[in-house]
Design a protein. Structure first.
Length: 296
């Protein structure tokens, strides 16, 4: 018997912890890997990432971001922290962190820690950070996370809950997603509507840009390297396979991933503006506290 070296043992152990459960649950594997050829993976990712880089510089993201930070800091300096609201934020933020820890427990149990990088789990953590934060970090998260709610909404409308068979795991799934969808409204209206006053198309652009880059870089590379389907970049879900036959073939060119990208761009923008509109309506009902900043 050939003994493995220490590096090989470490890599083998990491692989076991990260993907063993995912593969056993059918979240990836050879059949999933065969859904798209490597040429499509590489070409599609290259084109989208190139477009992302061009868009970043063409839109002047760096300059606009610095201006946004400055405006948020000015608004926060003028807005006192309400003690009752602060207690509420700490309680709800703690619930977020506890639910995130619970998900770690579930994924560790089945040796599927790679699933912790799924957007729904990351959003849960980010919202907890935003609730704990009293500075610009919390406001930036509040604004840029809005487009990502597209994924959590789709996860509720077309749930892929196969494999969630641990005690209370299914209930936790639904509570997590309802919480993720509800909290952004509060994040927009807290501290005298600071986040709402600084909301603009730029924030939505940043949120969508981050989603695009993450999917065609991190999630693409992770899925290919580990043969798992963390964020459906390796193969479509069962729900998607039921929908795809209903649309023309050209709509899914060069693959379903580009089609989903277009859908996220459209739906993410609509969802973001829906939250902003609802928060604006609440502000108006409360007497129009503060003035909304000029959008960029």
């Amino acid at each position: 018997m050939i003994e493995k070296s220490i590096p090989e043992l470490v890599l083998s152990g990491l692989h076991k912890i990260l993907v063993t459960g995912a593969l056993s649950k059918g979240w990836g594997g050879p059949a999933c890997r065969a859904a798209l050829d490597m040429k499509t993976h590489m070409t599609e990712s290259f084109v989208w990432l190139t477009l992302a880089i061009v868009a970043y510089f063409a839109y002047g993201v760096s300059k606009k971001y610095k201006s946004l930070i400055k405006n948020i800091q000015i608004d926060l300096s003028k807005t006192p922290i309400n003690s009752i609201a602060r207690v509420f934020e700490l309680v709800v933020g703690t619930i977020h962190f506890m639910m995130f820890a619970q998900i770690i427990y579930y994924k560790a149990n089945i040796l599927s820690m790679i699933n912790m990088i799924q957007p729904c789990h990351v959003i849960l953590l980010l919202q907890g950070i935003a609730l704990y934060s009293t500075g610009t970090t919390g406001v930036i998260i509040s604004l840029c996370v809005l487009p990502a709610l597209t994924g959590t909404l789709l996860a509720m409308l077309f749930p892929d809950t196969g494999g969630l068979d641990q005690p209370f795991e299914m209930e936790s799934y639904w509570i997590q997603h309802y919480l993720i969808q509800a909290v952004p409204l509060y994040l927009l209206i807290r501290r005298d509507f600071v986040a709402l006053k600084n909301s603009s198309f730029f924030n939505i652009f940043c949120g969508l840009w981050i989603l695009l880059v993450l999917h065609f870089s991190l999630y693409e590379w992770v899925d290919l390297a580990l043969n798992v389907n963390v964020e459906f970049m390796l193969c479509p879900t069962a729900a998607m396979l039921h929908i795809f036959p209903l649309v023309p073939t050209w709509v899914l060119w060069p693959s379903y991933r580009s089609t989903l990208t277009y859908v996220v761009f459209i739906v993410g923008t609509l969802i973001s503006y829906s939250y902003v509109a609802l928060a604006a309506a609440i502000r108006l009902a409360m007497g129009g506290a503060g003035a909304k900043r000029k959008t960029m």
